[in-house]
Design a binder for this molecule. Structure first.
Ligand SMILES: *Cc1c(COP(=O)(O)O)cnc(C)c1O
Length: 582
């Protein structure tokens, strides 16, 4: 398989101490450069990273977020280390004659410019495993990865399985040893979800076994650890058994006090990692305002956990058409940090004309078609979206709550909308391995499309949804559909890619979209799924019509950008994290 570089945009890191200081000043009147340095960086732990250009493929939003955090840090020269596994295998899907074929590809870190550092050892009750430590420096940031030939794929095995625990233990304890090995001390540790919990344990254990009083060490670790939660319901989290900890975890802990502390977190012989995580991390964040408010987590005493909201953002230079970025910069919409300009932002956005939008989206459509030529649909054939056709897209992991099949509830209605507006519809997704329910729904939808003469011409399913497709569709679609069941999306970032690229968002009021009032985009609401479906169809008609009238188009695109461009900005996200951390 050929490799496509999605990170074709080059960064312009701030190149003098003054510039970096100016950025930090813009965050807060405080000298942050004193708190973060090359040897005391911001350390970000994640089990998933989505950065194909660097050889690491993720599964979804969690990984995209991690990759974007590093890219933003590189762009604005924040000393930053991303500690993550390098998976030697990745899974792919393709379709032939409407049959899905799963296949696996091997990845070698040397092909992606990583350097081998040395080995670290993870202990188990019956022996040990050696992990390779590899690294790659990119500006002020670096990837620090652990890997070994049997490490497997991302999310291989059941959650709660021995293999998952082994991967998580390797990332936490192995990653922490790797950090020491390359001579770094973490200024702060951010835990991207609980799968990275063992990094905090490794730190606590190091402090205690080097002589610090246990309670002092807990206080110290707590103060410098941020836990970022992406899940709404604690009950959905996997549990591990005590015997699994005896096998994989405890052998890696030197301090008896730390072992005892961790043992106390089991109830009825099992543990959810969020229970000790909220104890070891004083700083806790959710990924949108709504999510931070509704995430229902309890500590071991049953008290509700409070989360600070730091809404996700995207690395604009990765996800926005370079011509649009240039337009934003030249017209005083974004400053050089990719934040909305502090003066004149509103006026500048209100000057965006329909002509500019159409011109820029046309370039985006060409980029999309370039990408589509390399991909195939459900029949195994490449597709091309005509330049003058309107394009809707739905691009997401195929999980139930995101409702990928909602627009197919009334196939004739959908067909009529597409036909009346010379519109096409691209559905891009990935069914999670082993999700038989969603796989069945996908297959039913594909058969439905196949049996309908209009849908067969105008609806295209693209398997193996990845960064390249995510980017291409954001650039080239006119309107995107985002209809999670309200209350279930933590944030979502694909809708940000769509808005930042001047697309019309059709969405339910959920996740990060709900950071702003619902009159800023084409809202899908309703008390029942029938009402929501009806409103979805209405908004699809509105979107197609909007595109035909200059004034309407200007109105909606300006409204979206005024409301959401700041939220979309990854620099805004980094600023919010730095503000929270320091
Ligand atoms: C942007 C992106 C995501 C994020 O998806 P959400 O559904 O918005 O959370 C996931 N996967 C890929 C490949 C992406 O590019």
């Amino acid at each position: 398989m050929e490799e496509q570089k999605t990170n074709h945009v080059s960064y312009h890191p701030l190149d003098s101490v003054e510039e970096v200081e100016e950025f930090y000043q813009s965050i807060k009147r405080e000298r942050l450069t004193h708190k973060l340095s090359a040897s005391r960086p911001y350390c970000y732990w994640t089990i998933e990273t989505y950065d194909k250009a660097n050889g690491i493929r993720g599964g979804g939003g969690l990984g995209v977020l991690a990759a974007d955090m590093r890219r933003v840090a590189e762009q604005i020269s924040v000393p930053f280390v991303l500690v993550t596994p390098f998976y030697p295998w990745e899974s792919h899907q393709k379709m032939q004659n409407m049959e899905q074929i799963d296949y696996h590809e091997e990845r070698h870190y040397r092909d992606y410019g990583f350097n081998y550092v040395d080995k670290v050892q993870i202990k188990t009750a019956t022996g040990g495993v050696e992990l390779d430590v590899i690294e790659k420096q990119l500006g002020s940031t670096r990837f620090l990865c652990i890997t070994e030939p049997n490490f497997g794929e991302l999310y291989s095995g059941e959650s709660g399985s021995d293999h998952r625990l082994y991967q998580e233990v390797s990332l936490g304890f192995g990653g922490y040893q790797a950090l020491k090995m390359v001579g770094l001390r973490p200024a702060v540790i951010q835990l991207n979800e609980v799968a990275t919990f063992f990094a905090a344990v490794a730190r606590l254990d190091e402090l205690v076994s080097s002589g610090m009083d246990f309670y002092e060490a807990v206080v110290y670790t707590r103060k410098h650890t941020l836990y970022t939660n992406h899940t709404l319901v604690q009950a959905a989290e996997a549990t591990f058994r005590y015997s699994q900890f005896e096998q994989y975890v405890f052998p890696n802990i030197k301090s008896v006090a730390v072992k005892r502390w961790l043992s106390d977190k089991f109830t009825n012989g099992s543990i959810r990692l969020s229970t000790p995580t909220v104890e070891i991390a004083e700083l806790r964040s959710g990924v949108s305002k709504l999510h931070a408010r509704v995430a229902n987590y309890r500590d071991i005493n049953g008290a509700k956990i409070k989360f600070k909201s730091v809404t996700n953002g995207i690395h604009m230079r990765t996800w926005v058409l370079p011509e649009i970025m240039e337009y934003y910069h030249q017209n005083g919409i974004l400053d050089r940090f990719d934040l909305p300009t502090s003066r004149g932002f509103e006026d500048a956005v209100n000057k965006i004309s329909a002509e500019d939008i159409r011109k820029l989206k046309q370039i985006g459509r060409q980029r999309l078609n370039d990408i589509l030529h390399r991909r195939t649909d459900q029949y195994g054939s490449p597709i091309h979206i005509p330049e003058d056709a309107f394009l809707f897209d739905f691009k997401r992991r195929f999980v139930d709550y995101k409702r990928p099949t909602l627009p197919f509830n009334d196939p004739d209605r959908l067909a009529k909308i597409l036909q009346d507006n010379n519109a096409h519809y691209i559905l891009a997704g990935r069914v999670h391995m082993g999700d038989a329910n969603m796989f069945g729904k996908l297959m039913n939808t594909l058969h439905l499309i196949d049996s309908h003469p209009v849908l067969r011409e105008r609806v295209h399913y693209l398997p193996d949804y990845d960064e390249e497709l995510g980017l291409g569709l954001s650039l080239g679609a006119n309107s995107s559909i985002n209809t999670p069941i309200v209350g279930l999306e933590a944030c979502g970032t694909s809708w940000m890619k769509d808005i930042a690229n001047m697309g019309l968002l059709i969405s339910t009021h959920d996740g990060g979209v709900a950071d702003m009032p619902s009159d800023n985009y084409l809202t899908v609401d309703g008390k029942t799924e029938e009402q929501e479906t009806e409103n979805l169809y209405k908004q699809m008609e509105v979107a197609a019509k909007t595109w035909r009238y200059d004034e309407e188009l200007e109105l909606w695109i300006r409204k979206e950008l005024l409301a959401y461009l700041d939220i979309c900005s990854g620099t805004r996200m980094m600023r919010d994290y730095l503000n929270y951390l320091f």
